[in-house]
Design a binder for this molecule. Structure first.
Ligand SMILES: [Zn+2]
Length: 141
C-alpha cells in the first residue's frame, strides 16, 4: 500500500491509500478520486515523498533520539549564526525592518503582543518551537 498526500485544485490537502502508484494513476485518470471537502476531481499529488507502509515497526525511541539530535543541531546552528538580543527582540527586529539598523540574524524573546505587532508591520520573524530554541547565553553583550 502506498499513501499519497493529495491536493485538489482548490488547495484542500488530504491523504489517500492506493495499492500501487499505477492504481493511483488509473483512479485519478478516471476521476474516481474526489476531494473529501469539496468533491473536486482535479487531484494532484503534493510535492513530497510517498510514505510506504512498512511491515516492520520502528522503535519509537530511535525516532525520539533522532529528533533530539536534529533539534540539537538546529539550536547549535541558531546559536552560532544569530545574535542573542534577549527581550529586545521586537525593538531590534523592527529597527532593522525600518532600516534604522543594519540587518543581521537575531534571536530572542518577545511577548505575544510584540509578535503580533511585528507581524502587522510585515517583519519577517517566526516563533521557534521550544525544541529548536537555543538556551540563552548567560551574559549579554
Ligand atoms: Zn477540495
Amino acid at each position: 500500500m502506498i499513501r499519497y498526500a493529495l491536493v485538489c485544485s482548490f488547495g484542500h490537502e488530504f491523504e489517500a491509500w492506493f495499492s500501487s502508484s499505477a492504481d493511483y494513476d488509473v483512479q485519478n485518470e478516471k476521476k474516481l478520486i474526489a476531494c473529501p471537502l469539496c468533491e473536486d476531481h482535479s487531484i494532484s499529488k503534493q510535492i513530497m515523498a510517498p510514505s510506504v507502509k512498512s511491515t516492520k515497526k520502528k522503535p519509537a525511541l530511535s525516532d525520539a533520539k533522532a529528533f533530539a539530535a536534529f533539534a540539537g543541531k538546529v539550536r547549535e546552528k541558531i546559536r552560532d549564526t544569530h545574535d542573542y538580543v534577549g527581550d529586545k527582540f521586537a525593538d531590534e527586529a523592527l529597527a532593522m525592518h525600518r532600516g534604522e539598523k543594519d540587518e543581521k540574524p537575531i534571536y530572542g524573546e518577545t511577548t505575544t503582543q510584540e509578535a503580533e505587532a511585528l507581524k502587522d508591520e510585515g517583519v519577517p520573524a517566526a516563533p521557534l518551537p521550544p525544541a529548536f530554541a537555543p538556551t540563552p547565553p548567560k551574559k549579554l553583550n
